[in-house]
Design a protein around this ligand. Structure first.
Ligand code: C2O
Ligand code: CU
Ligand code: CU
Length: 462
């Protein structure tokens, strides 16, 4: 069935493009990379921020003259960027203007359970949620999205997601590209399918989750960005429901990865490709200095277009890629109090963790506040087949000790909150629980999470 729908879509798109050339006036604008606005702090007091988010319905013009019904925070699709600094006290004011319950989960944020915004912090229709928390973690790119049982996947698919940028003294001292919207650009990468009338097609293929046939970045289909001949930092978020992205540049040139989920890596890593699975982030720096005005370079996932960089004029560039970015203290293995096993099983609806499906009334795991644990996470292949799962834990950042007994790649030697566990692979992570309350851990393929591939852990003060 799904193949049929995709087929109709691509035919339709093709015919629209070739028959109505006057539409190209708007198609240029349609394809410019949208830069999400910065969320405004309404509190004039230094050190305390008050932020307002409305969860609302809207319509978005993705292609031609078609309007797609979408959801957004303070807008039609996606949301503004909450840019803040370590130490800041934040009061959030969130109102739900949908006809449905929602929640706002701060993915990657280290905070207590009641402020986490998971399935236990539901915001009713026409209700508000006003959590407060203090930013107490290193500079990083985090994100936020809904997390209500039964509607997480569809609400994200319709557009609910936004970015959090945390800075700290160290990140500000490094002279990295950090002018938001100028040389510091978020790339929220997703994929979506559309109907002939422009509406989204939510095609959960039952095995791998909902995958779309069009790549969308910051809410525009395979957009372009005009860049100068200088360094740009891109904050990449895999905001897809279910897709992994294997990102590289069309000329196979090198860029630098400087951060993983939970913050800066110790040193920049020169690489030609990066892999992100749903929920993961990576910050990279591309230096466009080596190109000429008029050059075009594409960002691809495997061989598929993600977006295009159009190289413009030369520019003075005072930013640097320092040899050393930060210091990451290794969590001390000798302090581990328990070693736990996480078995990820199945595909489609037949998914489970340690043989069980999610139950809101069951705490799967108890942890003492401040404890350090090792989790051994395995993706088991079953009779249905093999697949990997992006495994995520709320409220903490962990470190990867090994993949199948081998040292993880350099890009995974920083802070992580989501790790892709390949089929038949065992990933050992070390994690410290510094915040109290009930937290989720789950597969970040949202259709797997919805099908019950999620558990709850409770961190209790002794
Ligand atoms: Cu991105 Cu349970 O979250
Ligand atoms: Cu999360
Ligand atoms: Cu999964």
């Amino acid at each position: 069935i799904m193949i049929g729908i995709y087929g109709i879509n691509s035919q339709k798109d093709h015919s629209v493009k070739t028959t109505t050339s006057e539409v190209s006036r708007t198609s240029n604008e349609l394809n410019a990379l949208p830069i999400p606005a910065l969320l405004e702090d309404k509190n004039p007091e230094e050190g305390i921020s008050d932020y307002y988010l409305n969860v609302q319905k809207g319509t978005t013009n993705f292609m031609d003259d078609l309007l797609t019904p979408t959801l957004g925070y303070n807008g039609n699709y996606l949301g503004p960027v909450l840019k803040t600094v370590r130490g800041e006290e934040i009061n959030m004011h969130i109102s739900n203007e949908l006809n449905d319950t929602t929640s706002v989960h701060w993915h990657g944020l280290e905070t207590n359970g009641p402020e986490d915004g998971g399935p236990r912090q539901i915001i009713g229709v026409n209700s508000t949620w006003e959590p407060s928390f203090t930013i107490n973690q290193p500079a990083a790119t985090l994100w936020f999205h809904p997390h209500v049982i039964g509607t997480t996947a569809t609400q994200v698919y319709q557009g609910l997601a936004g970015l959090i940028i945390i800075e700290d003294e160290n990140s500000k001292s490094l002279n990295l590209p950090d002018d938001y919207g100028d040389n510091d650009i978020p790339l929220i990468i997703q994929d979506r399918s559309f109907n002939e009338d422009g509406a989204f097609v939510y095609a959960n293929n039952m095995m791998n989750g909902a995958v779309g046939d069009k790549i969308i970045v910051n809410g525009a289909i395979t957009p372009y960005l005009d860049v100068k001949q200088m360094k740009y930092r891109f904050r990449i978020v895999d905001g897809a429901n279910a897709s992994n992205y294997n990102l590289r540049l069309s000329d196979d040139s090198e860029f630098y990865q400087i951060a993983s989920d939970g913050g800066l890596l110790e040193k920049p890593i020169e690489s030609k490709k990066i892999f992100v699975s749903p929920g993961e982030r990576a910050e990279i720096i591309i230096d466009f200095d080596k190109y000429q005005e008029g050059d075009v370079v594409e960002l691809l996932t495997d061989t598929k277009l993600v977006m295009t960089f159009r190289i413009g004029e030369a520019a003075e560039d005072l930013t640097v890629i320092p040899e050393r970015l930060t210091e990451i203290e290794k969590i001390d293995e000798s302090l581990v109090t328990s070693v736990k096993t996480i078995e990820l099983d199945g595909m489609g609806h037949m998914v489970s963790i340690n043989g069980r499906k999610f139950d809101m009334n069951r705490i799967d795991d108890n942890v003492t506040l401040g404890d350090i644990e090792i989790w051994e996470i395995t993706s088991n292949s079953t009779m249905m087949g093999k697949m990997g799962h992006p495994f995520h834990i709320h409220g903490t950042q962990f470190q990867i000790l090994s993949r199948d007994g081998k040292e993880p790649p350099l890009s995974e030697q920083g802070w992580k909150d989501t790790v892709f566990v390949q089929a038949d692979e065992t990933v050992r992570i070390i994690v410290k629980f510094n915040y109290k309350g009930v937290f989720m851990y789950h597969c970040h393929i949202l259709e797997h999470e919805e099908a019950g591939m999620m558990g709850q852990l409770e961190v209790i003060e002794q």
